[in-house]
Design a protein around this ligand. Structure first.
Ligand code: ADP
Ligand code: ADP
Ligand code: ZN
Length: 221
């Protein structure tokens, strides 16, 4: 079986995309390209991009397509993507998906597989409200389901964990609407290209990961 290393992971906010991405990129040795992480980094650094994105993100709205696409274009053109990539949180609109097709033609690495993490709404609310993230490296934790070894401290880099500003009930409502209206149509888009693999995201973290490995390598652990 051909190695699948040109990957997209999608799913509603809180589905577990970031959590699984950490494990996938370690296993496959490919860069993790998370537009959400990139925006958050820009916000911390206070760049123009960060300031612009902040107003949208805190309200739960999507950042405009042209800005987001430019960011991904620059990232995909770097040499570390020559061996594959994992896109997390991009594309989120049909317009972004079409633009991505063009970008990937340019670097000659068309998508091999789109992993769609399936989770119901009730679980999402639970996961988002208990999520804690590391602002330094982007890793995510949960107060019940994925506790760090040391309370409030990132296992990977010892950063102090925080709650994301957009992980509030108000913002989550807007984000779920954005997902339903703008992102969910991508499921059919990739299904019709025969690229979609749906994964039951309600299982525990390790079982979700072994199902993903089954799709990518044909070997479950
Ligand atoms: P989640 O973990 O909830 O899925 P992300 O960390 O992927 O969220 O993204 C956080 C926020 O960053 C989004 O709510 C949105 O405002 C912005 N964002 C991230 N990726 C995109 C994108 N591809 N297009 C537009 N906005 C984006
Ligand atoms: P996304 O990137 O899709 O928004 P995250 O990976 O940040 O989602 O996960 C959201 C929250 O749910 C985090 O607190 C994470 O620790 C937790 N989580 C992720 N996957 C699972 C799972 N399979 N079971 C229980 N909790 C999970
Ligand atoms: Zn960290």
């Amino acid at each position: 079986m051909k190695e699948l290393k040109n990957l997209i992971i999608m799913g509603p906010p809180g589905a577990g995309k970031g959590t699984q991405s950490e494990k996938i990129v370690e296993e496959l040795n490919i860069p993790h390209i998370s537009t959400g992480d990139m925006f958050r980094e820009a916000m911390i650094q206070g760049t123009e991009l960060g300031k612009m994105a902040q107003q949208y993100i805190n309200e739960g709205k999507l950042v405009p397509d042209d800005v987001t696409i430019a960011l991904v274009k620059e990232r995909l053109s770097r040499p570390d993507c020559a061996n594959g990539y994992l896109l997390d949180g991009f594309p989120r609109t049909l317009y972004q998906a079409d633009a991505l097709d063009e970008l990937l033609k340019e670097i000659n690495r068309p998508v091999d597989k789109v992993l769609n993490i399936d989770v119901d709404k009730e679980a999402l609310i639970n996961r988002i409200s208990g999520r804690r993230v590391c602002p330094k490296c982007g890793n995510s934790y949960h107060i019940s389901y994925k506790k760090p070894h040391k309370d409030g401290i990132c296992d990977a880099c010892e950063g102090v964990l925080i709650q994301r500003k957009d992980d509030t009930p108000e913002s989550l409502k807007v984000r779920l609407d954005a997902y339903e209206n703008q992102t969910k149509p991508l499921i059919n888009y990739y299904q019709s290209k025969n690229l979609l693999a749906s994964i039951d995201g309600l299982q525990d973290i390790e079982k979700v990961f072994s199902d993903i490995l089954l799709v990518l390598k044909g070997d479950a652990r």
